[in-house]
Design a protein around this ligand. Structure first.
Ligand code: ADP
Ligand code: MG
Length: 231
């Protein structure tokens, strides 16, 4: 059995519909969607060892089935530059999680590669009751929240569909490179859209998927946060 099928089956057994970030990212990797390197630590020592292995700076995040929006819970610390910062960061995240939700089940702390800041992209999928699996693409931040500059297509996507979803955005000129914004690797984004389409078509039990954000670089792209919700 592939990882994706196993992870989904295990979540069902445990009665969970929201996959943990490391689970969602393992699925991404299986479908060729690039993600930041990551490992789940269960104590400070492990967190430090994984940070050394991954390379500084790192990001620490809470892993809990009871905390879906991690930053709301003080569960995300970015740009930790050495072992001392990772050790105190680990403690801080545990404290924050406990005060946010005292009865939250904590799986551990996700240690991950810090992705350099760049243009933030959002890739989504939603299972529409009428149209079935539908893919969304937009730019992060104000572009989605204020300007609603997003495009939708019904899956499965061809590479041409994916390209249109990107080039028909009002903000497309930004992706081509504009003043201080370097150009984004459009082929890397097309590939992420097509892989996302393949994933949700092969796993119809996925109700919602969110890659938010994906950092788009002149060469490649990297998913920094991934969320998958099952039916
Ligand atoms: P949330 O569950 O709150 O959505 P995220 O994992 O998206 O948590 O983290 C919140 C923000 O922190 C992201 O939107 C991004 O700006 C930043 N961030 C998270 N992980 C990384 C990373 N690995 N590298 C760089 N920035 C990150
Ligand atoms: Mg996020």
């Amino acid at each position: 059995m592939d990882h994706t099928t196993k992870i989904i089956a295990q979540a069902k057994i445990e009665g969970r519909v929201v996959l943990l970030e490391p689970e969602a990212k393992t699925i991404c990797v299986e479908y060729g969607i690039p993600v930041t390197k990551f490992k789940v630590a269960c104590n400070e020592g492990e967190a430090t060892a994984f940070a050394v292995e991954i390379g500084f700076p790192v990001v620490l995040k809470i892993v809990s089935p009871d905390i879906i929006h991690k930053s709301d819970a003080g569960g995300v610390l970015i740009n930790l530059k050495n072992a001392t910062e990772v050790t105190s960061g680990y403690r801080k995240i545990m404290e924050n999680a406990k005060s946010y939700k005292p009865d939250a089940k904590i799986v551990g702390v996700l240690v991950q590669e810090m992705a350099p800041q760049s243009t933030e992209i959002i890739v989504g999928a939603i299972k529409d009751s009428q149209f079935g699996q539908t893919i969304m693409f937009g730019l992060g931040g104000i572009f989605v929240e204020v300007l609603k500059d997003v495009n939708f297509r019904i899956a499965p996507l061809t590479a041409d569909d994916a390209k249109e979803m990107i080039t028909q955005l009002k903000a497309y000129p930004l992706l081509k490179g504009f003043r201080n914004t370097p150009p984004a690797d459009i082929n890397a984004l097309i590939s992420i859209l097509c892989s996302t389409s393949r994933l949700v078509m092969e796993h119809p039990e996925i109700k919602e998927l969110d890659l938010n954000p994906v950092m788009a670089y002149p060469n490649g792209a990297k998913t920094v946060d991934a969320r998958i919700i099952l039916e």
